[in-house]
Each structure stands twice: as structure tokens, then as C-alpha cells.
Design a protein around this ligand. Structure first.
Ligand code: UDP
Ligand code: MG
Length: 311
């Protein structure tokens, strides 16, 4: 089996993770590999992985030419994985490696998509928890794919599921949605998120907002459709107003005042139009990114290839 670990500036966490991950994998299977995906780290992360590989060649790494983001790093890890199944986990030990044993047990029972389910989010800040909860409520209402509650990237996917995930080469990647979209026999395994071993979260609120928009727009076209509905409602309202004013003018003659109602409706309608244009823009921007057809990521180095060339 393969373990896929996206790493971005996690030099201090790499040895700490391996200390727990290797025995955990040993307990599950006879043969395994660990694939780190170095997402353009600027610290000694790659050097740390290189050192670990020198001691144990079952450890390999794909190193990106720059930072491409965690979602794309996971895609690259799955591309590189050769196991009959792959488990995806964070490098910061928030995902306890000891859970892998339970994942593998479920996989042996025939489940192809085994996901860790966070039972509480108390390690996250209160603000992040509130915003996360809002997002998932919004997604549940408008998203076209149902997300299991508490499921994230910590999971085991069977080779069949890996192949399905690999066939989706979209750039605006919302992995949580993709895992649910592919289906397969799935089951959740509850786990408790631990504190980050060292360092801080790599996700700022700005990054999380972009990610939330990517998620909603990849799995719902409702933000696009809603404007036709708004348009119809406003048109009916405008027609009713027209008829009303026509009759009133015929009966009582012309009356001049009306500045307030005019300026309010002009402002309101300009706002509605700009907003709807903005929504269109968000989708068109994403369509543009997809049609350019650029590769998902650029690999600067694959440690096993470097070693093979050196021989
Ligand atoms: N990560 C990555 N690329 C990024 C940001 C994060 O590969 O651009 C990795 C990071 O090294 C870690 C995992 O994704 O292994 C989760 O990141 P983090 O702990 O910062 O996220 P959080 O736990 O706050 O959601
Ligand atoms: Mg983390």
C-alpha cells in the first residue's frame, strides 16, 4: 500500500511523522511505500525527506517546481502511488497514523473509500469553526453532491477509486467533493484530530475563502441559475408598476415628483446587475483556467528517479 503525504514547509514534522507512520504501516501490511509530495517548500523539507530516504528507500518524494496547493499535491501523490490502495494524511500529525490500521481493516472488508470522520473540531479557532459550519450548510443546500459530515482528506482509497480520481484532471480541485462524487462502497471511521505537532496551519482565511468558492462552483451551477429567477421576478414587478402608472396617469394626470423611487430603483438594479456579472466572472475565470489545459503540476524532481540515474 501507499501513504501519500502532502508537505509544505514541514521540515520539523517529517521525522516526527515517520516515527509514528512507519510502525503503523508495518502493523498493517508487509510491503508499503510513503510518497511525500513536496509542494514547493522553502525550508529544509525536501532535505529531511532525502535524509529519511537514505535510511529507508521505501520513502520517496515528488517535488514540485513551486507551491501548487494541497489539493493538487494530493493529486500528484495519487499519480505517483503504486499500491493496491493509498492512504492520504497530513504531515503535521493532526491525522493520527494509528488510525490507518482501522482503515485497512475496513478496506479488507471490501470498502473502497474509507474516510476519517472528525468528531470534533476543537483544535481549530472558533472563527474557523463557525465559517466551516456555515460553508457545509451552504454546500448541503446548493451542492449537487452530498458530502458525508466530518469527512476530509484523511482517508484510504482503493486502486479502483484512485483510477477514478485520476481521471478527473480539473484544476479548481475540491477533493472532498471528488471523493464523494466517485461513489464506491464507502464508510466513515470516527477519529479525533490532534494538535499540530509543530508549526502553524498553512491556510489563511483568504486561502480558505478561495477554496470554499472553488468547492461551491465546482459542484453547483445554482449561483448561475438564480439570476434568471431574480430577472423574472424583477420584470414582473416592473410590468405591474408600468400598468399601475399607466392607469394612474390616465385617471389623475401627470405628477412630477418621483426622484426618490427613481434613484433607489436605479441603484438597486445596478447592484443586482454587477453582482450577477461578478458571479458570471467567477465561473468564466474557472472555465478559462480549465480550457487552457495546462498540466496540473510541474515536477522538479522525483527522488527515486534521481537515485536511479546516479546508479
Ligand atoms: N499543505 C500543502 N500545500 C499547501 C498547504 C498545505 O501541501 O499549500 C500540506 C501541509 O504541509 C499539511 C497539509 O497540507 O501536511 C495540511 O495543511 P495544514 O495543517 O496547514 O492545514 P489545516 O490542518 O489547518 O487544515
Ligand atoms: Mg494541519
Amino acid at each position: 500500500m501507499s501513504a501519500v503525504v502532502p508537505v509544505y514547509n514541514e521540515a520539523a514534522n517529517v521525522p516526527l511523522l515517520l516515527e509514528r507512520l512507519k510502525p503503523a504501516l508495518d502493523r498493517c501490511v508487509a510491503s508499503w511505500e510513503i510518497v511525500f509530495v513536496d509542494d514547493g517548500s522553502k525550508d529544509g523539507t525536501l532535505a529531511a525527506v532525502r535524509a529519511a530516504r537514505a535510511a529507508d528507500p521505501r520513502i520517496d518524494a515528488v517535488s514540485f517546481s513551486r507551491n501548487f496547493g494541497k489539493e493538487i499535491a494530493i493529486a500528484a501523490g495519487l499519480d505517483a502511488a503504486r499500491g493496491a490502495c493509498a492512504v492520504i494524511l497530513d504531515a503535521d500529525l493532526q491525522h493520527p497514523p494509528e488510525m490507518i490500521e482501522t482503515f485497512v481493516a475496513r478496506w479488507r472488508e471490501g470498502y473502497q473509500n474509507v474516510y476519517g470522520q472528525r468528531t470534533d473540531r476543537s483544535v481549530d479557532s472558533a472563527l474557523r469553526r463557525t465559517l466551516t459550519r456555515r460553508f457545509y450548510r451552504l454546500f448541503a443546500r446548493f451542492g449537487e453532491t452530498e458530502l458525508p459530515p466530518g469527512a476530509g482528506d484523511f482517508r484510504l482509497v482503493d486502486r479502483k477509486a484512485i483510477t477514478a480520481l485520476q481521471s478527473m484532471r480539473e484544476r479548481a480541485r475540491f477533493s472532498k467533493g471528488l471523493y464523494a462524487w466517485i461513489g464506491f462502497k464507502s464508510i466513515g471511521v470516527p477519529f479525533v484530530v490532534e494538535e499540530r505537532a509543530t508549526g502553524q496551519s498553512k491556510f489563511s482565511y483568504g486561502k480558505l475563502t478561495r477554496f470554499a468558492l472553488d468547492g461551491l462552483m465546482s459542484f453547483s451551477t445554482l449561483p448561475l441559475m438564480v439570476w434568471s429567477f431574480v430577472g423574472v421576478v424583477i420584470s414582473i414587478f416592473a410590468m405591474t408598476m408600468g400598468v399601475y402608472y399607466l392607469i394612474r396617469t390616465a385617471l389623475f394626470g401627470v405628477d412630477v415628483p418621483g426622484y426618490a423611487s427613481l434613484i433607489v430603483s436605479v441603484m438597486f438594479l445596478s447592484g443586482v446587475q454587477l453582482l450577477s456579472l461578478g458571479v458570471l466572472g467567477e465561473y468564466i475565470g474557472r472555465i478559462f483556467a480549465e480550457v487552457k489545459g495546462r498540466p496540473l503540476y510541474i515536477v522538479a524532481e522525483r527522488l527515486s528517479d534521481t537515485d536511479a540515474r546516479a546508479r
